[in-house]
Design a protein around this ligand. Structure first.
Ligand SMILES: Cc1cc2nc3c(=O)[nH]c(=O)nc-3n(C[C@H](O)[C@H](O)[C@H](O)COP(=O)(O)OP(=O)(O)OC[C@H]3O[C@@H](n4cnc5c(N)ncnc54)[C@H](O)[C@@H]3O)c2cc1C
Length: 385
């Protein structure tokens, strides 16, 4: 059987993972439909670091150069003493590039999303379906019927759940695996570069870890915007989602004792640009696939952000899934190949991110970045599938 001619693939979720998967499949000749619950298919305005491992996949998808042109190359990554701001470690982009093949990019999420979406639509202008919230599915030996909240349904040969951290597809397949609060609250904001204190702007990218707390800032969009993230251990449950407003006072109070220029940066966040949310984590799954339905990205391996690899893993997953379909003669074979390649890596990075979160916020422990752990050496274009 020729899988390309015969296989119709449904992707649930039009986030970074869903669109990367759609594009990777389209470029290998597959027909895909992406169903997204939001009324409009777009990303929140926030930052994400894209490292060499995912950039190799983006090169394969034909979008890396365009993304690089609209992003910020991380020139030097500074690890600073949380209270004094003294530089403890400086790793240059050139050094990273020499060691792992490409520099890391500070990317505006909406830019990554729109570059992927434009390429997906160029392949098939009718394949994206907004306002389609997945609520359930039925599968038999020949296909899968997915059901949406407004009563519509769609039948296809395969379903890929790329619906994020609180995945409804995953909950449908594995009902006993509820997400749990990971004991960390995150703050996020974007600050126009003109408002950034000089000493912060000059250092560019700063990672500052104090007891139980962690601040990270890096530039986006050719240095026009500074992305600021704060993560703090907390016993208090916080809402999931990216859009709960936070106040300057609570953010600054939470990071009291950090270097004055970073506290000043917090106070300079424009009104309406500061949000918080409670991180969710899940235990690794035994399997990602049931019959003709599989999971991908945060739906398969939701991870805390301490290694900055969640989006990178979703992009890697998408390319490997498409390569597995291109090299298989049945749906079952393709999904088995995908899971065999991706589950060990997804689980490893998921657990390493959790471990890094705890040691990062304990100044007595040594940091082990994604680069230190060799995560950027992975090549999703050539790894055997
Ligand atoms: C503070 C923070 C910083 C981060 N920094 C980095 C970083 O520097 N580098 C990095 O690689 N990663 C980073 N990440 C992680 C990264 O953002 C995620 O891992 C990545 O977005 C996962 O992509 P995804 O497509 O799997 O899920 P998502 O991006 O969550 O997309 C899921 C999509 O599915 C849709 N959806 C949900 N439910 C349904 C449904 N029932 N029906 C239909 N559609 C549905 C959603 O609306 C959404 O569009 C960070 C995360 C956090 C929290």
């Amino acid at each position: 059987m020729n899988l390309k001619i015969n296989t119709q693939i449904t992707i649930i979720g039009g986030g970074i993972g869903g669109l990367a998967t759609a594009l990777a499949l389209q470029r290998r000749g597959f027909r895909v439909d992406v169903y997204e619950r939001a009324k409009e298919i777009r990303e929140v305005g926030a930052g994400v670091i894209i490292t060499a491992n995912a950039r190799r996949a983006l090169c394969d998808l034909g979008v890396d150069a365009e993304l690089e042109a609209m992003s910020s190359t991380i020139d030097i990554f500074h690890t600073c003493h949380f209270a004094t701001g003294a530089i403890l470690r400086a790793v240059s982009g050139e050094e990273i590039s020499r060691k792992v093949g490409a520099a890391s990019l500070g990317v505006y999420r909406a830019d990554l999303h729109s570059v992927l979406m434009a390429s997906v639509l160029a392949h098939d202008p009718d394949c994206l379906h907004a306002s389609h919230e997945f609520v359930g599915l039925e599968q038999d030996e020949t296909g899968v019927m997915v059901k949406f909240a407004h009563g519509a349904s769609a039948r296809s040969d395969v379903v890929v759940g790329a619906d994020g951290n609180a995945s409804a597809v995953r909950s449908f397949l594995f009902p006993d695996e509820a997400p749990k609060f990971a004991g960390q609250v995150a703050y996020r904001s974007l600050i126009p570069i003109a408002l950034v204190p000089d000493s912060v702007r000059e250092r560019g990218s700063i990672m500052s870890a104090g007891p139980g707390r962690y601040l990270l800032c890096y530039p986006l969009r050719g240095g026009q915007i500074m992305n600021l993230i704060g993560l703090v251990q907390s016993g208090e449950w916080e809402e999931e989602g990216w859009t709960t407003p936070a106040t300057h006072a609570e953010f600054a109070q939470t990071f009291a004792g950090f270097e004055p220029d970073l506290i000043e940066l917090i106070h300079r966040i424009p009104q309406g640009e500061l949000f918080k949310w409670g991180l969710r984590d899940r235990e690794p799954l035994q399997n990602w696939t049931v019959g003709r339905v599989t999971t991908l990205g945060d739906a398969a391996h939701p991870m805390t952000p301490f290694l900055g690899q969640g989006a990178c893993m979703a992009i890697e997953d998408g390319l490997i899934l498409a390569r597995a379909f291109a090299e298989s003669s049945t749906v079952q074979e393709a999904l088995a190949r995908y899971e065999a390649v991706r589950k060990p890596r997804g689980t490893m990075v998921q657990l390493a991110s959790r471990e890094e979160g705890l040691s990062l916020q304990d100044p007595s422990k040594k940091r082990r970045t994604a680069q230190d752990r060799g995560l950027m050496d992975y090549d999703p274009v050539t790894v055997p599938v």
